[in-house]
Every structure is written in structure tokens, then in C-alpha cells.
Ligand binder design. Structure first.
Ligand code: GYE
Length: 327
């Protein structure tokens, strides 16, 4: 599976460099400061997690490799800041706008402004809930519902044949964010089929380590018998591990832990059996994004939805994958 992913990624890179070698665009529409370089305005969520850091690096490196002029803006987790950044990209008349929406709702007005200005928009990583899908060209990212289901499937298998109640606590991502909503939905869809599974507490840890730790502390104080922690990302799981250890319990043994992402720190904890299972969510979206940017700039057709290829990891698989893990 890993081999498949690397092969797919190498394929993407090769295709991207072939495109770059074809002499770029004709300079037609965009500003880009007078030359025919494509200008991409990108608004990032923030720097809340290891996933996000790897995602930012992937986008910056891919833009540099493709000779795309990247205007990068960090929204520090705030939707208002993202809207401001998108408006400023429109004023600057960039060729293409891409962004990873902090939350799902509330984008229609600014997306309409971009459309009216004739600037194509690409959603990366997270989706929006706009009814009008003509407001953006495509969405590149993971299927978060599927990720939640994979987490639930692992749990169902782990407790197969047992009938005692299983008390689950859940650390949710940023309220209103697509991965928080969908990872919850997918997980619940699977576990609701067996009444022994109960989510006894569920609160946000904002996709951050410190917040994950704090919320886990409250869970440990308020819930008597926690069997399982489901954290919507590695960072919150890693914060929770600190809280569990401080409470004198053994993470991975006294409390089973499932997380999502598979960043290096998460994979390390998994290989040490402090986490029991990780659902992968790939942050390496840069190369594919740059190809899409070139295509929409040239008014070429692009698929409306592009899914990221992903796997899952057990402790043994994490041990095997760690030496080559880039992020
Ligand atoms: O899982 C989390 C990050 O949107 C997929 O955001 C991304 C999520 C990722 O903060 O770690």
C-alpha cells in the first residue's frame, strides 16, 4: 500500500514536471507582475498541527518546483482572516485562488466575489457546504467520512465477540470544520450498529496538542471508566497521552487510542504501543494542487472532486513505515 502511494506521488511529480517543461502558459489573463508566471493566492488554515505544517511545506515546495508565484497567507484559525486574504487576492488579481476552509459554512459571498472577478477557486484539504458548486472549480482532499468509518471498523474488530459495554471518549477537531464533522459522522455510523459501544463524552480539542491534553484531563476527571479514546487527529491524541500518563494510567493499554493523520510523532507513539491504530490522512497535496492550478488557469476541464489515496496503520506497520516517513 505504501509502495502504491509513493508510486502515485512520483507519478504526480513526473506529470507535473512534464507540464512545466511544456513551456507554461501564454500569459493571457493574469497579472503576475508582467511576466507569464502563474500567480496563486493560497489561504492556509493556520499552524495547529503536524499535519498542517507538512501541508504548508508541501504546497510551498511544489509551487517553487513548478515556478508558480505563491502568495501565502496564514489565517491563524480564523474565518474572518481567510475571507480578508481571499478579498486581497481578488484585489491583487491573482490568476488562481486556493484555500483550505477553516470551517464549512459561510463562504458564498466571498466565493461569488471571486467568481465575478473571473478568478477560479480551488478547495484543498477541506470542503465548503455551499449549495452552488459553480463557486469553485474542484475540491482536492480526503474523504473524512471514510476516515471515521475506518476508525470505527478497527474498533468493531478489536471488540468482536465481547459483550461488555465499551465507553468511548471523543476528541473532536475544530468546531464546524469538515474533518471534525465528517470524522464524527463516519465513526458513529459504524459503532451505532452495536449497542455495546457508547460515546460517553465528546468535546473539541481544536486539532491542537495543548487543547487535546486539557480536554482529556476533564474527561479523566468526569468519566469513571474510559475504555477508548477516539481523537480526530494525532496531535490531540498526543496531548491526551500526556494527560493519561499524568493520571497514572497507561495509554494504549488502560485506554485504547485511535487517531487520524499518521504524522511522524503519531506514528512514533503508535510504534511504542501508546496509540493502537492510526487512520492515515495525507497532507502532501502540493504537487497535485499545482497541476490543478495550471489546468484551471488554462481553462482546462478538471474533475470536480479529487480524492487523496490513503491507508491505515497498526503498531507493526508503523514500525515498518517510520524510517521512510517524511513528515
Ligand atoms: O487532520 C488535522 C488538521 O484538515 C485534514 O486539519 C485536515 C486536518 C488534519 O489540523 O491535523
Amino acid at each position: 500500500m505504501l509502495k502504491k502511494i509513493s508510486a502515485a506521488m512520483v507519478g504526480g511529480l513526473l506529470l507535473a514536471s512534464t507540464l512545466a517543461g511544456c513551456g507554461g502558459d501564454d500569459g493571457g489573463s493574469g497579472s503576475g507582475g508582467g511576466d507569464d508566471k502563474i500567480t496563486l493566492g493560497f489561504s492556509q488554515v493556520g499552524a495547529e498541527s503536524g499535519w498542517r505544517t507538512a501541508n504548508t511545506k508541501s504546497i510551498q515546495e511544489a509551487a517553487a518546483a513548478e515556478g508558480i508565484d505563491l502568495k501565502f497567507s496564514d489565517a491563524q484559525g480564523k474565518q474572518e482572516k481567510q475571507i480578508e486574504a481571499i478579498r486581497s487576492f481578488i484585489t491583487q488579481r491573482v490568476d488562481v485562488i486556493a484555500f483550505s476552509p477553516v470551517v464549512e459554512s459561510g463562504w458564498d459571498p466571498v466565493l461569488k466575489e471571486a467568481k465575478d472577478a473571473g478568478i477560479p477557486v480551488i478547495l484543498t484539504d477541506r470542503a465548503v457546504d455551499s449549495k452552488d458548486t459553480s463557486l469553485y472549480k474542484t475540491f482536492l482532499g480526503s474523504d473524512f467520512v471514510e476516515e471515521g468509518k475506518k476508525a470505527g471498523d478497527w474498533l468493531a474488530k478489536e471488540y468482536q465477540g465481547k459483550s461488555d459495554p465499551v465507553n468511548i471518549v471523543e476528541l473532536q477537531g475544530t468546531p464546524g470544520a469538515a474533518p471534525a464533522i465528517d470524522r464524527k459522522t463516519g465513526f458513529e455510523e459504524v459503532i451505532k450498529t452495536d449497542p455495546k459501544f457508547k460515546i460517553v463524552a465528546s468535546q473539541t480539542g481544536k486539532f491542537e496538542r495543548t487543547s487535546g491534553k486539557q480536554t482529556m484531563e476533564t474527561f479523566l476527571q468526569s468519566v469513571k471508566d474510559i475504555d477508548v479514546l477516539y481523537a480526530h487527529n494525532d496531535d490531540m491524541g498526543l496531548g491526551a497521552i500526556e494527560a493519561i500518563e499524568a493520571a497514572g494510567k497507561k495509554p494504549g493499554t488502560d485506554i485504547k487510542i485511535i487517531t487520524v493523520d499518521a504524522v511522524k510523532d503519531g506514528m512514533t507513539a503508535l510504534s511504542e504501543n501508546k496509540i493502537n491504530f492510526i487512520v492515515e490522512c495525507s497532507p502532501l497535496l502540493g504537487p497535485q494542487l499545482m497541476q490543478l492550478v495550471k489546468k484551471v488557469k488554462n481553462s482546462e476541464e478538471v474533475p470536480t472532486r479529487i480524492l487523496t489515496e490513503e491507508t491505515t496503520f497498526t503498531p507493526e506497520q508503523a514500525k515498518a513505515a517510520l524510517p521512510d516517513r517524511k513528515y
